[in-house]
Design a protein around this ligand. Structure first.
Ligand SMILES: *Cc1c(COP(=O)(O)O)cnc(C)c1O
Length: 391
């Protein structure tokens, strides 16, 4: 026989109010919610008035995600930020929100390759993409179609090949054609570059990399200054049903706490190792801090320093020799993604990803991300590697 437990049933589902008085924690709480309840019926009826960033439903944010949004927008001296599930989602959602059938999109040829794949979906929606060389202003100028080009997308330094582009110059051209300018700022983060201050309208970042910082989360951010742009992008994400987990945001908030220190360290070590490699091997070392690097002057003007990612260009080294060299590594690990505490290297052949900035099948880029290991161990590894592919 079951005894009457009706009262206990209710006690089970309504937690007692526990006072927060005296609990002054330094940590941002993890707020979980799908449902948001309202103080009365009128407040519920008028909930649309809480737009664009008030709390109405878990999908559009919790105090945990809002805290991260506000911390990132503060880093960019911006008004608004929106969290999305990945860096790629930050880029694709921005493009979907800002473009419609008949529009023309210009994308720098050296962007994160999955962005180019996404433009095939845009093509099916009637949005035409063209790629341009972001190091050649004349190329961009020739391809801009005033009235039709609605968005120009750049990434600086470019993925893998590390070209720095003239963001203020590109912004002037873009504005004169009445188009918006978007920029993937994952390499620099808001600590080393604030693209909105250089004339960019929308910044996308993969928090997966330096903000997360420990290779254990996926998250992206869209950062804007303009309230109308913010509303359009937030609205599109709501319609798509895209939201983020407070647990991921909590990890990103924790990562942010040490990002300044981590970035300063990996920036110094990456500059030092790039310099040593450039001095000691015949292969081209692609790091914007090197004075002989083509983007060096722009980098010195627009960036506050280096992060930990750079590349070495290997020409005509057989894949088999490169694999053998990578298998010699003791401290570096091999893999995609970057920005964590472990140093990582990825061999990249980018010929098929490039449309206007030619690369060759015979060129392999070693993309190197410096982590927090001891520099002597990393240098010993790089010397071992160069010992196999030839100094
Ligand atoms: C990794 C990366 C992305 C994508 O980030 P995810 O969170 O992995 O989707 C976008 N842009 C750049 C420059 C990246 O390195």
């Amino acid at each position: 026989m079951r005894k009457n437990t009706q009262l206990d049933d209710t006690l089970c589902v309504i937690p007692p109010e526990t006072p927060l008085e005296g609990f002054a924690s330094l940590a941002v709480p993890v707020y979980r919610a799908s449902t948001i309840v309202f103080p009365n019926a009128a407040a519920y009826r008028n909930r649309a008035a809480r737009a664009p960033d008030g709390y109405t439903y878990g999908l559009s944010g919790t105090p945990t995600s809002r805290t991260l949004e506000r911390q990132l927008s503060a880093l960019h001296n911006a008004e608004w930020a929106i969290m999305v599930p990945s860096g790629q989602a930050a880029i694709s959602a921005t493009m979907l929100a800002l473009l419609r059938s008949g529009d023309h999109l210009l994308v720098a040829d050296n962007v994160y390759p999955p962005v180019k794949q996404f433009t095939r979906i845009l093509a099916d929606l009637g949005i035409k993409t063209e790629f341009f060389d972001p190091t050649q202003m004349a190329d961009l100028e020739a391809r801009l179609q005033p009235g039709r080009t609605k968005l120009v997308w750049v990434e600086s330094p470019g993925s893998t090949s590390m070209e720095v582009c003239d963001i203020p110059g590109i912004s002037r051209l873009t504005k004169s054609a009445d188009a918006l300018l978007g920029c993937d700022n994952t390499w620099a983060t808001g600590l080393l570059c604030k693209p909105l201050e250089l004339g960019v309208d929308v910044v996308a970042e993969a928090l997966t990399k330096y903000v997360g910082g420990h290779s254990d989360l996926l998250l992206g951010a869209i950062i804007v200054q303009d309230r109308e742009l913010y509303g359009r992008i937030r609205g599109t994400l709501g319609c798509l049903g895209v939201g983020v987990s407070p647990d991921e945001c909590s990890l990103a908030l924790r990562g942010l706490q040490t990002m300044g220190l981590r970035l300063r360290h990996v920036g110094e070590v990456s500059e030092e190792l790039a310099h040593r490699l450039a001095q000691s091997c015949k292969h081209a070392v692609l790091h914007p801090s090197l004075s002989e690097s083509p983007g060096h002057m722009l980098w010195a003007r627009d960036f506050k320093g280096s992060s930990g990612v750079f590349s070495v260009r290997l020409e005509r080294i057989p894949a088999e020799a490169i694999d053998r060299a990578l298998d010699e590594l003791k401290t570096f690990v091999i893999g995609a993604s970057w920005g964590g505490t472990r140093s990582i290297v990825a061999p990249m052949v980018i010929a098929n990803d490039r449309h206007v900035m030619r690369s060759s099948e015979t060129i392999t880029y070693l993309r190197i991300s410096i982590g927090l290991e001891n520099i002597d161990h990393l240098w010993a590894d790089l010397q071992r590697l160069m010992g196999v592919v030839g100094t």
